[in-house]
Unconditional design. Structure first.
Length: 130
């Protein structure tokens, strides 16, 4: 029997005064792929609906596979972030997780998103890592 989508991928939101942090995780696969990407898209859409000028940070440090549907969702998120925040890019936390950094670099999203190695840095005004 296949685990429920909630076990495959969870996205929790932490609304703070100046930022909304979406943490992507999952009990089983920790993969953002065709099966799980709707949860990420829904969470991004919901976060953008309530940003009210705040910064959006997407924490991908627990993700172990980032497929093309996940990359597409992040690219769409970057476009939406630009619409909401002007020149402020979507902040993503990837630590040193090669299964996430590698695909971002291959498709060039590391130049469109603002990648950070930890949530603390993403919450501050520190320069993004590349």
């Amino acid at each position: 029997m296949r685990p429920s989508r909630e076990q495959l991928l969870t996205v929790t939101a932490d609304d703070r005064d100046a930022v909304v942090v979406l943490t992507v995780d999952g009990a089983v696969d920790r993969a953002v792929d065709a099966l799980t990407v709707p949860r990420l898209r829904d969470a991004l859409r919901s976060a953008f609906d309530r940003l009210d000028g705040r910064v959006l940070v997407v924490d991908l440090t627990a993700v172990r596979f980032l497929g093309s549907p996940g990359l597409r969702a992040l690219a769409e998120g970057a476009t939406e972030a630009a619409r909401h925040r002007g020149v402020e890019p979507l902040r993503v936390v990837v630590d040193h997780n090669r299964p996430v950094i590698g695909p971002l670099e291959i498709v060039g999203l590391d130049g469109v998103l603002a990648p950070y190695h930890d949530v603390g840095a993403a919450l501050g005004d520190d320069a993004p890592t590349s």
